[in-house]
Design a protein around this ligand. Structure first.
Ligand SMILES: [Zn+2]
Length: 99
């Protein structure tokens, strides 16, 4: 059974959420707007049961699954991600310097 644990922005920075499949825990930033929080919960909980290996495919699957269920949260999450610290994080993931 998946467990959702809320953490501060500082604790999860630069992430909005984080999934730990081996413990079946999804960590979610507690200060997100409610609709974004619902999207991120759906996204991270999806990761808990997904067996795909390639991280890009894992993200596409989790985003598609969650955007269909929380379209407003998805749109706002995208908008909130167009800031330097989030873009830098994506760049670090793409180049393999962050998970
Ligand atoms: Zn993800």
């Amino acid at each position: 059974m998946a467990e959702v644990i809320y953490l501060t922005r500082k604790a999860l920075y630069p992430r909005f959420g984080f999934a730990l499949p081996e413990k079946q825990i999804a960590y979610i930033r507690d200060d997100l707007p409610e609709c974004v929080k619902q999207f991120v919960i759906s996204h991270e909980v999806y990761h808990l049961t997904d067996n795909a290996n390639w991280w890009v495919w894992r993200e596409i699957k989790a985003n598609m699954h969650s955007a269909l269920r929380h379209p407003i949260g998805f749109m706002l999450c995208l908008q909130m991600s167009l800031v330097p610290y989030r873009l830098r994080y994506y760049l670090q993931r793409i180049t393999g310097r962050a998970q």
